[in-house]
Design a protein around this ligand. Sequence first.
Ligand SMILES: *[C@@H]1O[C@H](CO)[C@@H](O)[C@H](O)[C@H]1NC(C)=O
Ligand SMILES: *[C@@H]1O[C@H](CO)[C@@H](O)[C@H](O)[C@H]1NC(C)=O
Ligand SMILES: *[C@@H]1O[C@H](CO)[C@@H](O)[C@H](O)[C@H]1NC(C)=O
Ligand SMILES: *[C@@H]1O[C@H](CO)[C@@H](O)[C@H](O)[C@H]1NC(C)=O
Length: 720
Amino acid sequence: MILPSLTSITLLALTGILAQAKPTSNLRTWDEAYAKAEQVVSKMSIEQKVGLTTGMGWGITNCVGNTYASEDPDFPSLCLQDGPLGTRYASNATAGVSGINAAATFDRNLMYKRAEVIGKESRGKGVHIQLGPSVDMLRAPNGGRGWEGFGEDPYLQGVAGAEFVKGVQDQNLVATAKHYVLNNQETNRTTSNSDVDDRTLREIYVWPYARMVEAGIGSVMCSYNYYEDVHICENDYMLNTVLKKELSFRGFVMSDWGATHSTAPSANGGLDMTMPGDINYGDGLSYFGPNLTKAVENGEVTEERLTDMATRIAAAHFKVGQDKDYPETTLRSFDRQNEPEVIVTSDDHINFVREIGAASLILLTNDGILPLSSKDFGKIAIVGSDAAPPSVECTDLACNDGTYVQGWGSGTVDFPYIISPTEGITNRAGDSVKVVHTYDDWDTEAAAELASDADIAFVFAKTEAGEEYLMVDGNNDRKNLTLWNNGDNLIQAVADANENTVVVIHSVGPVLMPWIAHKNIKAVVWPGLPGQETGNSLADVLFGDVNPSGRLPYTIAKKEEDYGAHISAEYNIEYGEKLNVGYRHFDANDIEPLFAFGYGLSYSTFDYGKLKVNTKRGKRDTLATATVFVRNTGDVDGAEVAQAYISFPESAGEPPKVLRGFERVYLKAGQQRKVNFEFTETDLSIYDEESSCWVVPEGEYTVSIGASSRDIRESATFEL
Ligand SMILES: *[C@@H]1O[C@H](CO)[C@@H](O)[C@H](O)[C@H]1NC(C)=O
Ligand SMILES: *[C@@H]1O[C@H](CO)[C@@H](O)[C@H](O)[C@H]1NC(C)=O
Ligand SMILES: *[C@@H]1O[C@H](CO)[C@@H](O)[C@H](O)[C@H]1NC(C)=O
Ligand SMILES: *[C@@H]1O[C@H](CO)[C@@H](O)[C@H](O)[C@H]1NC(C)=O
């Protein structure tokens, strides 16, 4: 393939040709990658090795982070770019669904394809290191960055994280798992100490990293917070003992932006790269750079350790095959006017965003009003600013205007356009249907009047959240679980006025629903954060072109007090709920949720039957298998998400049940299929604090298969 040299970039700009972003199959094993890395690094001087480990500084390079290039031996300046949703600060790219929506699909293929699209586009822009996925657990329901990751369950985070790694790295980019570790709230994120026991640390918070290391991830980003009063980015226990030794992680550790606080303690504590390099943004100083060279020369850091740092970085680069036919970096993150026009988006990518937007939509209630047949409705009313096209452009999407499609912060991408819900519904409804709207959230009288005169009323509401360095209306973690912009009153007013009311909520996480029992609310639709095709994805489901199959990746409680964990403003954040994160807490304490983890409706119905469990040792380290038959008993084709929960022997001290498998199966009306689950040694292990080992407890296990964590259809026991 042709490298886009400067001249060909100009050509691309003139002709608008698509960037040639084909992956090459240069992927290597770690051993092969290390062999190549050692060859190069062994020829490097101390300064050259230091250059690999040091960012050039904030705001002055093409990417949000760049390392120093080396000459003789040659090694490129690596371009590090956000983020977990797509390519940040890039034109002519696609803005897809958030991580939380990828989780809501409960579909490995869609998770992989989403990452593949992200990888293709970033590669096309010459990014070497993609700063995602985020696997920060949604520990408290209002955590500000929970939407970037995959919800409240470690198994789901692990599967989704690993698919992200494979999808991105198959496109020759290094994926970066973040934020390692225990970075579960924005409040005081740089000044708080996460206090967790060894078992919970591994079974909940390190678990997803273990799955990503197995998937071959090249880099891990250490987080801002402290653990045992030591910054994570110089925490010998977290970086050297847990990540590099226990997990056998062979890639490199980079700091979160500005999370490095020292030279020798960081290098010796396991940090391999400091980002964006400077001590304070723009000061031109660094804890690494000349400081690290000096530390090696005076023996505070051994040269062996420096060589290890550089080798890990180079090995990740070679592992994903960036040394052949790699596009030049054409991003101009801080000089957008001069960004060459390299088009990495495509119709395929846009169609995929629409598809995964619909596949991640969760139907919470439906008395049969959905799917709509446009014949039945002559007039549709749309109420709420959350249905409107956003009109304001603001830094990293921290605004409260128009429909909500992703949270704010470094995890955002620019939107080339947004198909608003109103546009999507209007286009799909066709000319014979009259669509009227009001976007004033505060004039409930006008909303009621508009709704009263329509055959069906859609009322839209939202919540927002995002990263700590920005605030919207006093939030980064959400201050409360209430809908924004007068949402509850608006919904109440519309429902009072129209007996065919459908509520649509775009939210970063769970909300309270005081109006849920209103007799006129005939359906509640939860599209999450669906990206640039939001209106089309929504219309696809509302009108029945797509049968919904999204499932909640978190619990929606009846009241905030029902949750097991909350944002803490203390220095010491106690993870007192231990293993009972999310639905596990609701199960352990017999609290009925409003909508359970794993829940979501379909336009069809599904039966489960003939569960069989087998403990014959299977291939690899499988200890037990289960099969169950799922049948589509309705008249609409569609997908069902069969979920497998494991209850450990009583003596194990585990929560009542934990997710250990899921399969999204597509079934034509009347069709039946056998669904297989395999439970590996990992799936059936617990971390034993006394021996500091993972063990498979002896005794009776129960496998429960169902349509949500609270809708178990079949269960069986087995002994190990
Ligand atoms: C590429 O992006 C730029 C900046 O947003 C825009 O002006 C231009 O129209 C885009 N090109 C194409 C072909 O869409
Ligand atoms: C080295 O690090 C110290 C802080 O430990 C800082 O004050 C100093 O400016 C750094 N030097 C350089 C050249 O960046
Ligand atoms: C919850 O927070 C939102 C957003 O800041 C605010 O608009 C709303 O008034 C708050 N609700 C309550 C009940 O405090
Ligand atoms: C944590 O945040 C709260 C609220 O923003 C603030 O009042 C408190 O001082 C912070 N505590 C620490 C240890 O930073």
